[in-house]
Design a protein around this ligand. Sequence first.
Ligand code: SF4
Length: 433
Amino acid sequence: MFGWCGRLLQIDLTKRTGFEQSLSPEFCRMFIGGRGMAGCFLKRHVTRAWDDYLMPLLLFTGPLVNTASPTSGRMCIMSRSPLTGTVGDSSVGGSFGTSLKKAGWDGLIITGRSDCLCGIEITDSHWVIRDADHLKGAMTDMVHEECESKGSVLCVGPAAENGVRFSSIMVDRHFAAGRNGLGLVCAGKNLKYITVKGSENTPVHNKTELKAAREQIYRLAAASPVLMGEAGISNRGTGALYDLMDSRCMMPTENFQRTRFSDAARMNAHAYQKKFRPKKDGCKGCHILCKKRGANGEVIPEFETMSHFSALLVNTDIDSIIQANRICNSMGMDTISAAATLACFSEITGNRLTPDRIISLLEDIGLSKGEGRELGKGSAAFADDTGCNSASMSVKAQEIPAYDPRGAYGMALAYAISTRGGALSSQGIPYQP
Ligand code: SF4
């Protein structure tokens, strides 16, 4: 079989057993791609509660992963969402998907619940479950530090262990499967981390044609000012969209009370460029490299994080946005839902949040302390509990990202009909020329 490995690994954490399952070429073609395959395996369990021990956590790759195809180093993680109650899926970058394919697996299905905190370590066809009690409450950075010699690392932080409904799963330190609270599904299985290392190439039907197609994609990408231009995504990160979204009245400001941010010109990607002199970083095998790291190692936030921690909260302190992004990643929380929940809290309490208050509330959410305990349920539940439902800007209880549908009406339809609620499809940003 070309493109696929033709097998997946299923692990039951309750029994600490696992087995290999073959995938037929017909099945792979019918459900082509990680999201399709994961969806097929989720379908038979979809009436279970998210924390039912039989509810699977699904990690699936597509046929282009671990090939020379550009921007293919991604993976779909899916389960039932603790935040929305519907199908929750997130596309994550880094190198985990590529490493899983290299290890000879198209997908990983994890069921059951371990009786103590544990980790799964996969090296090619071999896998082992290890006790991980010593990592209880550990920040994601610490887990990566301890485990990265074993390959690509995926893990959850204290937010997931403390029941935060918008907990994320962090991959290779800086890549987040952020939306839908999938970190909480992982923690519900008492699973702290997974590592994977592999050494196989994925067979390709026609290497010459794939190479020719890749050259065409490189040529088209090079001609795109949005992707490869001086102020485009490759040079400035997804923050390159900041001015565009503001000028199109798509920048949610002050908890969606306005669609333009008067301070946008000093909070845009250019401001980060001047302050941090970022370098390019990105997913395995990508030539666009849209992720950015500052000269001193600062992780420069993605557009949606930049936008929500500035315009949505009316915050003009760039250092606090860098810090908020770092706290969310270390504790394993979705930056979009975290910022939007704070914006909802700000509207309900009638107090604009100072940069220091934003940081302390984020820490409290991650540790489930004080006001953070209630905010960790997400904005919809928080607003509901306080009798102010309209202050939660969410769809299917998931907070809307930084693309205000009043500037692009089609987005409203996308949010309304998406299985994931207030989220884009996993296909990416809604650029409209
Ligand atoms: S463009 Fe960015 S998100 Fe997409 S594959 Fe490349 S580095 Fe990853």
